[in-house]
Design a protein around this ligand. Sequence first.
Ligand code: GGG
Length: 359
Amino acid sequence: MNQYAIALIPGDGVGKEVVPAGLQVLDAAGKLTDAFQLKTTAFDWGCEYYLKHGRMMDGDALATLASFDAIYLGAVGYPGVPDHVSLWGLLLPIRQGFDQYINLRPIKLFEGIQGPLRGKGPQDIDFVVVRENSEGEYAGHGGRSHRGRPQEVATQTTIFTRTGVERVMRYSFELARQRGVKPDQPLVSATKSNAQQYVSVLWDEVAREIGQQFPDVPWRSVLVDALAALMILHPERLDVVVASNLFGDILTDLGGALQGSLGLPASANLNPERRYPSMFEPVHGSAPDIAGRGIANPFATIWAGAMMLDHLGEKQAANLVMGALERVIAQARVRTPDLDGTNTTDEVAKAVISQLVKR
Ligand code: GGG
């Protein structure tokens, strides 16, 4: 039996509710397949920790986390701690410190969910956004001077490196190839090279160079504003989208809306070379408005857990969890309020477990 050391960081708000729910499902999948056990260690890092200790996580957090096989994270951020403090104190140091340069965010409308787009069903909305996760607009480069004076200045420099763009492009072209080449769904590279004549032009040049190494994979470059419109008007034309850190973040919230609820989309922060642990999390944040009521949708966290199992090599269990999730959604009997249901987080997790059957 395989054993995996998993670091749990529930974090803030609903993160503390959805991570235990997700873990129940993953443990049940381990028992059912008799293939693996998750040895978990929970860390109480987050905004409450910050208010007590003046930092979001331990000073040696990365050294501690480095010994784990994967990290399962809930959400970060809570009123009382500025958002940039919580994000730069926990999530971004882990993504950057562990060189998790791929943020994989699948966008899929599940059977049984009424999406917001007229005339578009599950067959039309099924694509993956590959978000560059280590640099770009989130490089953390910049500063403020002359604070509070009329001449105050703030800069936030976008940094694209050739290495950084090459590796995210290569990953995306390989993913498009793996998903099966479809001439009517070329890989889309999100750009803004009309306005951003340095960073986005480098991005486009590298896309062309890497594209030449994948002559079988059709691709095109689309301005990010036009891409936002395309996601609404013709999502069926999308299969793999590669985008910079900020563009990818914004587009995938739009993608979450296309899925019918922000309680659904999941994401994987991957270090593809496996030099460091990868991290799996729902796309959504800590949702302080519903935190503590036990009604947060655990779907995204369970889905992120399935991505973690897949990454660990437990493909059978990952597929069983996804199948169970899809059946619960399709049956529409057990749902949290974001999907117009009346059930609790725990009831949804239990419903998913009840659908976990070997077929
Ligand atoms: N689930 C993790 C979380 O709290 N995400 C909210 C957030 O603000 N994320 C920013 C990002 O993904 O860049």
